[in-house]
Design a protein around this ligand. Structure first.
Ligand code: SF4
Length: 431
């Protein structure tokens, strides 16, 4: 439920700073300014600081201030003259995305998220062969062995250790009895303190070796004559040991952040990790835990999937959804000049700017955005969870969480701007 009352002290606030969506923040406001923040990490502080440090500003056409009404008229004019508009960025809440899809349907737009590359490394694996995933809650309560691929998760999801990996308490699996294995470019002698305290087993490797590692583990678990030492003697012996640990675990979890796996064909690495989990489920319980959700990538994809029947990277030009995860990549649509208008949506971050393009550009964005090259139209929008209430999806996709309102604001929500543009286009069309 939304807490619709704006109070001086707000507790159990959901943080949209990353996909973990910690819902235990306590914020104290004073005259519409943030006075203190408890439980949030550095990323959360940065998220709320950028929101509260922003001076209120109005819409701009080519960098010049205009009224909201004039901005909406101009936006509707640009949209009505576009033949193949591209709606990208898509960092918004559930209501914002619902209204975006209505407008996209009217305009025949293509849709992609700013994190689309990372998002589709995971989605393509799920589309090709299915996967067996778990939730944050299940991992927190049941995991007895956690294997983490990559290294950036500790910065991208700063409270993962405290909230999921090693919480203060857990229902079925005592956190102190858990085993942790780090696969990635780690230096075992220079682990961050909070990680060092977990006494993890570190198997150092390049990210590109994760795929071979998963394949070797699958071979070892299946009892096939694989040469685990092909990755080096010390890694090989550690993999042999890890294969035994995975077979013996009652509930192992294999986790990664697809955003970090930014190299060609990284979806094959994810495929191998997912297949490792499937193999383990022949004899014991294991589950994958892809870490995602940042800048509402999970949210916009969830809404798109339930509204259109397809995930993002779907086009609506022909009056029905056409999903193609390769052809509808937003960077390529712009590069091939197949989009004649870009509508960029970024209500959660002032840093997530639209890509450079010759196509006319509309930005519905965080009020703190500053541009080197002003877009054709910029409409500052309210920040979900600060300027207006809403919902967004946690990174494990299972749980929509309420975002409250922390201050009175004149900034319109993305959903309101999208609906107003839709109404104007309907009026232009004489409907
Ligand atoms: S870990 Fe993520 S969701 Fe939790 S407080 Fe930090 S930024 Fe917010």
């Amino acid at each position: 439920m939304w807490n619709t009352r704006i109070e001086t002290v707000m507790s159990e606030v959901t943080c949209p700073g990353c996909g973990l969506s910690c819902d235990d923040l306590r914020l104290e406001m004073d005259n519409g300014q943030l006075k203190s923040l408890e439980n949030g990490c550095a990323l959360a502080r940065s998220h709320y600081s950028s929101a509260f440090d922003t001076a209120s500003k109005g819409a701009e056409i080519k960098g010049k201030g205009v009224s909201l009404e004039a901005a909406l008229d101009y936006g509707a004019e640009l949209l009505s003259s576009a033949h193949n508009p591209l709606f990208a960025g898509l960092a918004t809440d559930v209501n914002g995305m619902r209204a975006t899809l209505e407008l996209a349907d009217r305009c025949g737009a293509s849709l992609d998220h700013m994190n689309g590359d990372a998002l589709f490394r995971n989605i393509r694996v799920m589309q090709d062969s299915g996967w067996f995933t778990t939730t944050f809650t299940e991992a927190r309560n049941r995991a007895d062995l956690i294997v983490l691929g990559g290294k950036q998760w500790i910065d991208r999801f700063p409270r993962l250790i405290e909230r999921i990996l090693h919480p203060a308490e857990s229902l079925f699996s005592p956190p102190d009895d858990r085993q942790f294995v780090l696969l990635g470019p780690w230096d075992a002698a220079a682990l961050p303190d909070e990680l060092q305290r977990l006494s993890p087993q570190v198997i150092p490797m390049q990210l590109e070796q994760l795929s071979d590692t998963a394949s070797l583990l699958r071979g070892l678990i299946a009892g096939r004559p694989v040469n685990a030492r092909s990755l080096g003697n010390s890694v090989g012996s550690q993999l042999e040991e890890l294969a035994g640990q995975l077979k013996a675990a009652r509930y192992s979890v294999v986790s990664w952040s697809a955003a970090e796996l930014d190299f060609p064909h990284a979806e094959l690495t994810i495929q191998n990790l997912v297949d490792l989990v499937k193999d383990l489920n022949r004899t014991t319980r294991s589950a994958a835990l892809p870490l995602a959700g940042t800048l509402a990538d999970t949210t916009s994809n969830q809404v798109c999937t339930w509204q259109l029947g397809y995930p993002l990277r779907t086009g609506l030009q022909r009056g029905y959804p056409e999903h193609d995860p390769i052809l509808n990549r937003y960077q390529d649509l712009l590069k091939r000049q197949e989009a004649d208008l870009l509508l960029w949506l970024s209500s959660l971050s002032p840093q997530a700017h639209p890509p450079a393009t010759d196509a006319p550009t509309i930005v519905l964005g965080h009020p703190g955005m500053a541009f080197d090259n002003a877009p054709d139209l910029y409409i500052p929008t309210g920040i979900p969870g600060v300027d207006h209430p809403g919902h967004w999806y946690r990174g494990d996709s299972v749980c929509p969480l309420p975002l409250g309102q922390l201050r009175e604001s004149a900034l319109p929500a993305v959903s309101q701007v999208m609906t107003a543009l839709n109404d104007k286009l309907q009026h232009f069309a004489g409907l």
